[in-house]
Design a protein around this ligand. Structure first.
Ligand SMILES: [Zn+2]
Length: 238
């Protein structure tokens, strides 16, 4: 049945795209046939941080966790600013259901990071889990979608079962950073600490703001003996 529907709709889709071409996530212009998700201009103008070229000792993403949790390295791929390209990409993945963009973006950044030592010796990539209720509402975990794209290109196993969210945190947006931090303490846990014992893991989230959520995940992960932690996010607020 699926095949028949596909047979009918694929040419229809191709025909429709002549009249309703796909639009660039960044600028809204119609995409050319060889472009996908972002036009060449937007792709060239992605606001990259290049943090993966920094040593851990001189890296603004690592600094956000200084004195809080021990991280080997931290990388955020894009700057996230109001109305900026980074924000548009994140919003399309998180709020507009563009999961294909998420997977593609994960692969895209992984190809660039592969040239650095960031992926070297990593055993698992772990996306920050969504609360089951939120997952049900959204239908997908945006962090997991991007992490899956990274996992496929970097050939690092994705692990989504061990780290879990024990409770939902109330909305973060109007809270001070201290309140956010309090709000997220103890909301994550791991089912089997032995699975991550002596392992090097990348903890992945879509956006790094105060780092409170990642920090809360890290606290749960640090129960695992001799775990080594790297942090990766698609974007970072200024
Ligand atoms: Zn564009």
């Amino acid at each position: 049945m699926k095949k028949i529907i596909k047979k009918i709709f694929s040419p229809l889709k191709a025909l429709l795209s002549l009249f309703y071409p796909s639009l660039c996530v960044g600028c809204g212009d119609a995409l050319m046939q060889n472009e996908k998700f972002l036009c060449v201009d937007c792709l060239l103008n992605l606001p990259k941080t290049n943090y993966h070229r920094h040593d851990a000792a001189d890296n603004p993403a690592v600094d956000r966790f200084a004195g809080k949790i021990p991280v080997q390295q931290a990388v955020s791929y894009l700057y996230y600013s109001k109305e900026g390209l980074g924000q548009k990409v994140v919003a399309a993945i998180k709020y507009h259901g563009d999961t294909a963009l998420g997977a593609w973006m994960g692969g895209y950044l992984a190809r660039e990071l592969a040239a650095s030592a960031f992926f070297a010796g990593v055993d698992f990539i772990i996306p920050v889990p969504l609360h089951p209720q939120k997952l049900k509402k959204r239908g997908y975990n945006q962090a997991e979608i991007v992490a899956r794209g990274i996992s496929e290109v970097a050939h690092i196993p994705l692990e989504t079962q061990n780290l879990y969210r024990e409770r939902a945190n109330t909305t973060q947006t109007k809270k001070s950073s201290f309140e956010r931090w309090q709000n997220t303490l103890g909301i994550f846990n791991v089912h089997d600490p032995q699975l991550f014992e002596n392992k090097c893991v990348i903890l992945f989230d879509d956006v790094l703001t105060t780092g409170a959520t990642l920090e809360a995940c890290a606290h749960a992960l640090l129960q695992c003996k001799n775990i080594r932690l790297r942090i990766l996010t698609l974007a970072v607020t200024a």
